[in-house]
Design a binder for this molecule. Sequence first.
Ligand SMILES: Cc1cc2nc3c(=O)[nH]c(=O)nc-3n(C[C@H](O)[C@H](O)[C@H](O)COP(=O)(O)OP(=O)(O)OC[C@H]3O[C@@H](n4cnc5c(N)ncnc54)[C@H](O)[C@@H]3O)c2cc1C
Length: 410
Amino acid sequence: MTAAATGHVVIVGAGLAGLSTAEALRAGGHSGLVTLIGAEAALPYDRPPLSKEVLRGERPSTALRTEAWFAEQNIELLTGTTVTGIDPDRGVVELPDRQLSADVIVLATGGTPRELPAGVNTLPAGHAAVHQLRTADDCRRLSECMRPGQRLVVVGAGLIGAEATACAVTRGCQVSMVAHRELPLAAAIGVEAAALLHHRHTTHGVAVHQAGVTHISAADDGTIRVGLSTGRILAADALLVGIGIAADTALAQSAGIAVDNGILVDARQRTSHQRVLAVGDACRRRGPDGQPMPRIEHWDHALRSGQTAAATILGAPEQPSRAPWFWSDRYDIHLEMVGHLDPSAEAATRLHTDDALSVFYLRDGFCVAAVTVNQPLDTRAAQRLIDQHIAVTAAQLTDPAVSLRQLVRG
Ligand SMILES: Cc1cc2nc3c(=O)[nH]c(=O)nc-3n(C[C@H](O)[C@H](O)[C@H](O)COP(=O)(O)OP(=O)(O)OC[C@H]3O[C@@H](n4cnc5c(N)ncnc54)[C@H](O)[C@@H]3O)c2cc1C
């Protein structure tokens, strides 16, 4: 990397990945300037609670670190500041009112929720009844309309849509969910776990519609009308669009950095420009063969990619890689997934109870992924089986009498 331990590192984006980079730089002994710039006005905060306890109204969104912590760490934090451009060749970061010079630029710009096409959503931009869920402000707006009896239509049955649906149910809303696929998330977490999770909506009184959305309009009384490809029209007081995010790659793209559904990086978070690294939801890693792998949009990846970027800047040795991990909570279900789901892998299911199971995925005698429902200890074991490349059989994994801890210890 080009930066000496005394260079100025400018991190664009003050979400978890940006914060993790700054924190790991200081922890690793970087003595130069570190500037963390975020477009949002708030101190960096965690996003997962926004579709869980914060949206259920159980607690407010809170900062990950205090102002005093930034001062102690000598990390310059610029909130409410949008970076308008970067010039990596000259080492310049453009702010609305001035320029910063940087030895290293880290792009931690995250992602932006996808919107329904304008031809489908005919409501004026920024309509008060239409919601997305990415920021603490989004969460506050959505939370305000989750009153008992309110009719909420959730478009999209991915992780965020499902978690928000469960929150709305808890708060007494009447929820309709529009899912494009019969079994949402099956490609990501496997058919067995996806079925268990998706059916939970129905048992909690959610009206699930397998359809596409064809049009959205407002009636004279302000009611939102959501037209479906089945011909049905749903009436709603509010609408949540949860159809995924697009990586924020604009700064990288305009600087000529290689981008393909994410800022392309190697295993050390280096982009195609030697002065620029990228981390978190905004980046997409190339595999050992140079081909881009699926982009990861999870908390653990944001944390770890920031730590890897800091190690790269500091010239520290590469850490052993760990299988990706995420979790999701809805109703009484705690889901965890570790590893890369490979459709060709053999599934081995360990059934604990009706509401608790683990599905391990095996290839050539090794575990490559696992999905667990209400079994976090099985996730920990699977993580070690994958990371330590421990040989196992489907018979061992399916039998609840076989201790996974023993398997891991060998
Ligand atoms: C509601 C919600 C629930 C989630 N739940 C889970 C979960 O249960 N489990 C899990 O594993 N993951 C979860 N995630 C995903 C996880 O939170 C994200 O992967 C993680 O927050 C990504 O961090 P990031 O720093 O890469 O991006 P972000 O957190 O999006 O941060 C990027 C920041 O960069 C800023 N920015 C962008 N462009 C500029 C610019 N030009 N100038 C200045 N600033 C800029 C943005 O304003 C933003 O604040 C959830 C995400 C959301 C939204």
